[in-house]
Design a protein around this ligand. Sequence first.
Ligand SMILES: [Zn+2]
Ligand SMILES: [Zn+2]
Length: 211
Amino acid sequence: MVRHCPTCNRTSDEAHFYGDFCEFCALEKIGNKLPTEVKVTVCKRCGRINVAGDFTEKDDAAIEQVLRSHFKAFDLKLISQIDSAAIVSLSRYEDNIEGLRREVALKYVKVMCPRCNRQSAGYYEAVIQLRGNNQRVSRMMHKIEEVFFGAGEFIARVERANNGCDIYVSSKKLASAFMSERKLKPVMSYQLAGLKRGKKLYRNTYALHLD
Ligand SMILES: [Zn+2]
Ligand SMILES: [Zn+2]
């Protein structure tokens, strides 16, 4: 039996039917309900974007994940993106929809991520004091920078000292892990930094001598 699309009058000989409608009208109806704009929360300082609550580097995978959360009913693939728009391909196999292309505007909402917030406030939890051989000190400093930035932490500041430097870092947990993973044996000291909800808060100092 030949069916007619109630919207455009195409017949089932001319087009596939999804439910009562021809494929063209069915896709158009779906398309009208899809978002045309997606908000992306971006840190104005470091440029990372918020993906499901965590700030992460803004690359294709991160943008794709943000878009997915707005097209939950579909299997979404990012085809391409420029700063202000993305082209996506949508599929929903139970409805025989495959590769429906849509353009989505990306609207950036600028905020400051927690890391940059703490950084701009001069926050630090520990000081790593490196002393000794110049080359070993600077190699160790680069390693510390690499590990802290890689873990989403930061270095608040570096002060040159006689024979080395003091590195003010954002996490004492990471500083301790850094030392123990490399079997380093710094001389530890603790300085009372204040109270947080009635608990004493200490800053750790790790003094490391590199010969
Ligand atoms: Zn139709
Ligand atoms: Zn940031």
